[in-house]
Write a protein that binds this ligand. Sequence first.
Ligand code: ADP
Length: 160
Amino acid sequence: MTVAIYPGSFDPITNGHIDILKSGAEIFDKVIIAVSYNANKQGFLPVEIRADLIKKCVRDIRNVEVDCFEGLTVEYAKKRGAEVLLRGLRTSFDFEYEMQLSQTNHALYNNIKTVFLITKPEFNFISSSCVREILINKGDIKGFVPEAVADYLISNYACL
Ligand code: ADP
């Protein structure tokens, strides 16, 4: 049984993340989408809200679990018995950063392999930071995030 961890900030989860997650769930026996957080560094959304929103979006995917973790991703992977880290790639800019991250994780824990998936072209330009920027400037985020996420963000944050 191959368990993959899909780690990230997911602040908030976007259609691009969901695309990678669905593909990962077709490849691996189980995918744990794990929201990473740092208790000393607050993100845009509280970590519990990020995880709750993800849960709403993945209800129908039977082999996906949602969790949160603090600290090193490889330590979390060891704890969960995972051998694979799943990451998404959009641009060559992502590639430079992701290659370094992947090699660092492998240096820390040589049982771990990072698998990269490329998103569908229609989701390639989407990032959580753009969604936040659009939201606080009262733009339309509906095409960028799943419906449940858009509904939550618009009713709770669009007035910022
Ligand atoms: P991090 O804070 O670790 O960069 P993110 O939540 O921003 O986490 O992203 C998690 C993973 O999803 C990363 O591998 C990132 O490259 C990937 N990702 C983000 N947005 C997209 C997208 N639109 N299409 C494909 N992959 C994406």
